[in-house]
Design a protein around this ligand. Structure first.
Ligand code: EZ4
Ligand code: CO
Length: 402
């Protein structure tokens, strides 16, 4: 079997997605997500200009060798652009291999370890009251786990609070929007949200919260401590993680479980965090951490240190990434939870998929491959439209982490 074509498809059914479609001389094809939110076209160029020419003529079954060829062989290793491009290749090749085997991908990954993949949805509101109403909606939909974010008094807008309730789309403008941030106001407000949610909903549901990289280690330690009575499933991205050692300080001070890693690209980005058991959940994904081959390596490494998976699953990760992630989640012994921010109906139509939601769980389905396809005719009707994530400044104008 030989690879005959590697085509990059860019589409914007409400938001931009980059997809790689690899075709073989036997007519079988596979697809992989290559979307890097706000920097999409750099991955398009990487794939078209630098990867596709080296793929044609190769045996698609040699997934590991092809992975190593593009990782080691690039000389310039790691980084989000490179790893998203490698991920797309890897995901498409696993899709092809599972189609050849005539099996759903999870069978090739060792078979199922559970009946379904527990997911969490995103409840958010302008204030605590509205967030409570949104949490009720997720409870009614059958979710077992819900992430809660609320607007902060005195701040015009903040991460995680959406106008459009079921779909949170932060890449919202042709030029980056500017947000204003105050750690003082946030730290005062966040515990009140979870106090109210526990009063209202009790402890039957898992509650999660995303800090989105805005605190310093000692502030994160303080927040973790103040949230302890509300027993969160996790506190996410409490601090930026370039310094993995920062988590030692947070860990010393709080029993609130910690999750990080949605922007990580490799196993090296999380080595200290995992080896020293400084976190509870690793959030690396198929698309941003080198595909199924590399994410599985990270999860296996994490499993020996009692760290479980909590893969990123925001709207900017395409259904092709979600499908692949669900197969890995069904099979991995140390699966923890999967983020599930729903896609719009337009996106779901462009990417027909076998996965389905029931009673708080997603199941990848039994279609051979990863079960996600792309309707190229429909995709062509939605041309790329530049969209940036916001930037963030402190109240005095200082650039901060968004
Ligand atoms: O801001 O995916 O946990 N989810 C998140 C997301 C990220 C976006 C960035 O592209 O943090 O909302
Ligand atoms: Co996050």
């Amino acid at each position: 079997m030989k690879i005959t074509d590697a085509k990059v498809i860019v589409t914007c059914p409400g938001r931009n997605f980059v997809t790689l479609k690899i075709t073989t001389d036997e007519g079988l094809y596979g697809i992989g997500d290559a979307t890097l939110n706000g920097r999409e076209l750099s991955v398009v160029s990487y794939l078209e200009d630098h990867i596709a020419p080296c793929l044609i003529g190769r045996d698609p079954h040699q997934i590991e060798d092809i992975w190593q060829y593009f990782y080691r062989g690039a000389y310039w290793r790691t980084g989000p652009v490179t790893m998203a491009a490698i991920a797309a290749v890897d995901t498409a090749l696993w899709d092809i291999k599972a189609k050849v085997a005539n099996m759903p991908l999870y069978q090739l990954l060792g078979g199922k370890s559970r009946n379904g993949v527990m997911v969490y949805g995103h409840a958010n509101g302008r204030d605590i009251e509205e967030t409570v109403d949104e949490v009720s909606k997720y409870v009614d939909l059958g979710y077992k786990a819900i992430r809660a974010q609320s607007g902060i008094p005195g701040l015009a807008s903040t991460y995680g609070v959406s106008k459009d309730k079921m779909f949170y789309e932060p890449a919202d403008a042709d030029m980056p929007s500017e947000n204003v941030w105050s750690t003082t106001k946030y730290l005062d407000h966040a515990p009140k949200l979870f106090e109210t949610l526990r009063e209202k909903f009790g402890f039957d549901y898992h509650l999660l919260h995303d800090v989105h990289h805005r605190l310093t280690p000692i502030e994160a330690a303080r927040l973790g401590k103040s949230l302890e009575p509300y027993r969160l499933f996790w506190m996410e991205d409490a601090v930026p993680a370039e310094n993995q050692e920062n988590f030692r300080l947070i860990r010393q001070h709080t029993t609130t479980p910690l999750a990080v890693g949605e922007i990580f690209n490799t196993i090296w980005d999380c080595r200290t965090l995992i080896q020293e058991q400084l976190i509870d959940y690793i959030r690396t994904t198929v698309v941003h951490a080198g595909g199924i081959t590399h994410l599985r390596r990270i999860l296996d490494f994490a499993s020996i240190y009692n760290v479980r998976s909590g893969c990123h699953g925001a709207t900017d990760l395409s259904p092709a990434c979600m499908g692949a992630s669900l197969h890995l989640g069904l099979a991995a012994p140390n699966f923890g939870i999967q983020e599930y921010m729903r896609h719009t109906p337009e996106t779901d139509e462009v990417f027909p998929h076998a996965y389905s939601f029931k009673d708080g769980y997603l199941h990848p389905g039994e279609t051979p491959g990863h079960g996600v396809d792309i309707n190229e005719d429909l995709a062509a009707k939605y041309p790329y439209s530049r969209a940036y994530l916001p930037v963030n400044r402190l109240e005095d104008g200082t650039m901060w982490n968004w």
